[in-house]
Design a protein around this ligand. Structure first.
Ligand code: NAD
Length: 720
């Protein structure tokens, strides 16, 4: 029977002398630390601890989908507001850890009945209890490092004290979740049982007197398993982890380093002091721009896009049952696979039935590989394959609600295909093109029903890349946009709406990054320095390597297409990179697929920069440092993004930033190009661009909005 409820978030029931606190945050499908939650827990725990009739406490979830997912990210975003003072932030975030500590020291045995998933703050709450019963197979983890943060409610200290410093390293530094069984095996939890037995098991542990009302570290003689940071094996492990984290982050984010400091220093301090120190590091990270950027772009904006925030309100949500894919090469096959995986029938058509059949067979082989790696069941593979049908020609598209075209990137070829396919489709069916650069309005000229014509720009490899740039032409109807977005949600893709224009948003910006590598080469920068500069910025690969991977022939094609749209001094300056691209094209150096490009590729999979070949491109030999190259590689992308804004291609800063981070792996710690410009400060940014335009070339010239705005350009909140 419910005794009392707290903030509509916790309800207390008594079972004889045991107080059970059910966490059940109203209006949330999953429990999270929403505002008011910590006060609710503190009050509920204090009430139970001071109630003479209560001999033990169980904390569990009132929801059947898990214990607790962690902090509400909107709350984290509010914490990370740069306007807040460090002192007020520390006072607020300390409440979480201090409350868990008061539960741990309340004098009565407290058991966490962790009935399902517990992540971040949810797991930290469980760690603050004296005994943990977890669910077999459910996920447990501290993923804060991935947000540019650390577990700041005692997590670093309790994990280390429970499992030892070395074993704590991967848990905290990688942030990957583990199963309930694994949590028991390493000592993070006491028992793992099926979900429906969790509460009874917790009650039994109390009834049988197996729970001591004190944490092991509150015992006078407590020693961390394996010793403190000075124990030789721990010192070695900390040094190795520090090096590895620096290699992985290039020093661009400091969360991993802060975790190492918490472990190192915390291993030599009593718990309460160690926790205070952890809270200070947590606040420091919250006040670094990286955490705000990552949380805002990769979580808050992504979740909003996944929920189709920008979908037109009408018509009502719909689901597709049968779609067609024209062109079954790299992209078409990927689109077919993710669509079939969502349970939608797909008709695959190519220039011949044999080509489409071979493509289907390649998808099957890929699924087999996943089975061999234990990532997919045979049942799931068979289900996906049962949705993949091969058609002899476009007449097989009859009855499809949408056809996605992924054929040759050529306007005439696409025009012809549009006419042929539309002739087969019913009146209301959608024609979507996966073009990476051709304007939708130009392609729609061949469409008899331009209101049903839309761009869906996927990224390669399609099954792995979440983003799809959605481009409406001037005639595309809201209904077409809404239905296309519903389909993307069905196939678990993240849609970002951009406006029509050559290269849309992502292709233009990634092209700018790639070609800045070539400009650097021509300016005499050492190619290895160019590549390292890209990596130091936080891009997954350097710009020269990226060209080789994408295919220098494709880059050549796109950049010449862009040239037809660009004029004046800026266009002429950008086009200088054709010196390199034309030569690579002439010499058959398309990149990895050709066995040679900027790099030479060995049969054994090795590769090395072909310095002898590249020497011909250096037109100057002014030494360019890694820092200068890094700045140019960043600014080339930022300037292009600012131009896309000026051209009206993008109009939602948060979504543009999301498209950048998901689409071409723009570093998430910067939040995206729009966030980066705001953080540099638009006046400072404009001044550096002016310097670069003078020293490196006119392509760094900013659009008119900057000149007119007198150094106050904001993308978030107010239009530039
Ligand atoms: P691909 O060469 O791998 O595949 C193209 C397929 O289309 C081939 O199987 C070819 O036989 C078929 N085809 C060509 N003309 C056809 C026609 N008239 N009718 C039927 N089939 C035809 O090319 P891809 O990399 O998959 O690219 C396809 C489209 O997707 C292009 O417009 C490209 O710009 C775009 N795109 C590519 C990428 C990428 O990374 N590869 C990313 C985004 C968008």
């Amino acid at each position: 029977m419910t005794e009392k409820t707290y903030n509509n978030m916790i309800r207390r029931e008594n079972r004889e002398a045991i107080a059970i606190l059910f966490i059940d945050v109203a209006q949330r499908s999953m429990n999270v630390f929403a505002p008011g939650m910590i006060e609710a827990i503190a009050e509920a725990a204090t009430d139970a601890a001071t109630d003479d009739a209560v001999t033990g406490i169980v904390i569990t979830s009132g929801k059947d989908n898990g214990f607790m997912a962690g902090a509400d990210l909107n709350m984290v975003e509010a914490w990370a507001d740069p306007a807040r003072t460090a002192a007020s932030l520390l006072a607020e975030v300390s409440k979480l850890g201090d409350t868990f500590r008061s539960i741990e020291t309340c004098g009565k045995p407290v058991v966490a009945a962790v009935n399902g998933l517990a992540l971040g703050g949810g797991l930290e709450l469980a760690l603050g209890c004296h005994y943990r019963v977890v669910t077999q197979g459910a996920k447990y983890g501290l993923p804060e490092v991935g947000l540019g943060l650390l577990p700041g409610a005692g997590g670093t200290q309790r994990v280390m004290r429970l499992v030892g410093l070395q074993a704590a390293l991967p848990i905290l530094m990688q942030g990957k979740p583990m199963s309930g069984e694994k949590a028991v095996e390493i000592g993070l939890a006491h028992e793992a049982v099926p979900q429906e037995q969790v509460l009874d098991t917790a009650l039994r542990a109390l009834a049988e007197g197996r729970v001591t009302a004190q944490a092991a570290w509150d015992d006078k003689g407590f020693q961390i398993p394996g010793g403190n940071a000075y124990a030789p094996q721990n010192a070695v492990a900390l040094t190795a982890a520090s090096t590895l984290s620096h290699v992985a982050t290039k020093g661009n984010t400091t969360a991993a380093l802060a975790i190492l400091r918490c472990l190192h220093d915390g291993s030599m301090l009593p718990f309460d002091q160690a926790q205070k120190m952890e809270q200070k590091y947590f606040v420091q990270l919250l006040r670094s721009p990286a955490a705000l950027n990552i949380v805002r772009t990769m979580f808050i904006t992504k979740q909003a896009a996944d929920r189709l925030k920008r979908r037109p309100a009408a018509p009502a949500k719909s689901a597709m049952r049968r779609i067609g894919v024209l062109g079954t090469g790299i992209m078409g096959a990927g689109i077919a696979e993710v669509t079939a995986a969502a349970g939608i029938d797909v008709v695959m058509v190519d220039r011949s039935e044999d080509i489409a059949k071979a493509s289907r067979a390649r998808i099957a082989a890929g699924l087999d590989k996943q089975i061999a790696r234990g990532r997919m069941s045979a049942v799931k593979r068979d289900k996906i394959l049962s949705h993949l049908h091969v058609g002899a020609d476009v007449t097989a598209f009859k009855g499809c609600e949408m056809v996605i075209e992924a054929i040759l990137e050529n306007t005439e070829v696409k025009h012809q295909a549009i006419r042929e396919v539309e002739a087969v489709l019913e009146e209301g069916a959608i024609f979507a093109t996966n073009t990476s650069a051709l304007p939708i309005d130009e392609l729609a000229k061949a469409s008899a029903r331009p209101q049903n014509f839309i761009g869906l720009h996927y990224f390669s490899p399609v099954p792995k890349m979440a983003l799809v740039e959605v481009i409406s032409g001037s005639a595309t109807s809201e209904a077409c946009l809404a239905r296309a977005m519903d389909y993307l949600a069905q196939t678990r893709k993240t849609p970002v709406i951009v406006n029509d224009g050559y290269g849309f948003f992502t292709t233009r910006c990634v092209d700018a990054y790639l070609r800045e590598g070539m400009h650097l080469l021509m300016d005499g920068c050492d190619p290895a320095v160019i590549e390292k500069a890209g990596e130091a910025l936080g891009m997954p690969v350097g710009p020269l390597c990226l060209g080789d991977e994408v295919g220098n022939d494709t880059v050549h094609h796109i950049s010449h297409f862009f040239e037809t749209r660009e004029s004046g001094e800026i266009g002429a300056d950008r086009a200088r990179s054709h010196l390199v691209l034309d030569q690579l094209d002439q010499d058959g150096r398309a990149g990895r697929k050709a066995g040679q490009g900027i790099y030479q590729y060995g049969a054994d999979g090795s590769k090395r920069i072909d310095r002898d070949y590249l020497a011909q491109f250096a037109k100057a030999d002014a030494p360019i440092t890694l820092d200068a190259a890094r700045e140019r590689l960043l600014y080339a992308q930022l300037v292009e993004a600012a131009r896309c804004w000026d051209d009206g291609v993008i109009e939602d800063a948060a979504e543009a930033d999301l498209a950048a981070c998901l689409g071409w792996a723009f570093p998430a710690y910067l939040g995206g190009p729009m966030a980066a410009i705001e953080q540099i400060g638009s006046a400072e940014f404009a001044a550096r661009c002016a310097d670069l335009a003078r020293s490196a070339g006119a392509r760094f010239t900013l659009p008119a909005a900057f000149a007119n705005a007198r150094g106050d350009v904001r993308y978030y909140g107010r239009a530039a």
